[in-house]
Design a protein. Structure first.
Length: 194
């Protein structure tokens, strides 16, 4: 219960203004949306989940707790990164948060990427180009909450969720992602929000 309280902590009082051109201010993903995304993939222990625009760290923390996967957040606002690190430490989960710009952060090891409208326009284009380069080496999954991504190299899955879209990379010559089995913890969490 204490872990849940910390993960769903009150995020009022944080500056929600844009940290720069084409960058959107802080807004948190709901726990239900995060759990749905993790289950839809499904994220497994061997995955590296990277939340681009991780804010207070809810996505990486839940990914690590529910799946055992390696999880990391990339956030441009250092105050949010410090708070995310403190939250992860307080719940005892090993999650890394990088104070960095997603356009040049270390993300090449990622297998699952999560984005909740952190940026638009040319910044989004640059980040998606980086993800396409990763997908040209191995299959990845991109989870987008609150917006649609239209790229020829991404194939949207059929989901019954208005806000969440899960995309598989689809690049000729790159084998598809092998099917995975969701952890018991993730399945329980998904059932509890249904």
């Amino acid at each position: 219960m204490e872990r849940e309280r910390l993960i769903v902590s009150d995020d009022r009082g944080y500056d929600r203004s844009s940290p720069g051109e084409h960058l959107l201010g802080y807004h948190a993903s709901g726990v239900a949306a995060v759990v749905r995304a993790l289950a839809a993939v499904p994220v497994v222990r061997d995955d590296v989940v990277i939340d681009l625009g991780s804010g207070l760290g809810r996505v990486p923390i839940l990914a690590a707790l529910l799946t055992g996967a390696t999880a990391r957040g990339v956030e441009i606002q250092s105050a949010l990164v410090e708070r995310a690190r403190a939250c992860a430490a307080s719940v005892g989960v090993d999650v890394r948060f990088d104070a960095a710009d997603a356009r040049d952060a270390a993300i090449d090891d990622g297998t699952v990427f999560y984005l909740y409208t952190p940026f638009v326009g040319p910044v989004l284009d640059a980040v998606l180009e980086r993800l396409r380069a990763i997908a040209s080496q191995r299959a990845i999954v991109v989870c987008a909450l609150g917006f649609e991504i239209r790229r020829s190299w991404l194939a949207a899955r059929a989901l019954d969720d208005f806000w969440l879209t899960v995309y598989d990379s689809a690049i000729v010559g790159v084998p598809p992602r092998p099917p995975g089995q969701a952890s018991d913890a993730l399945l329980r969490a998904a059932r509890s929000i249904s």
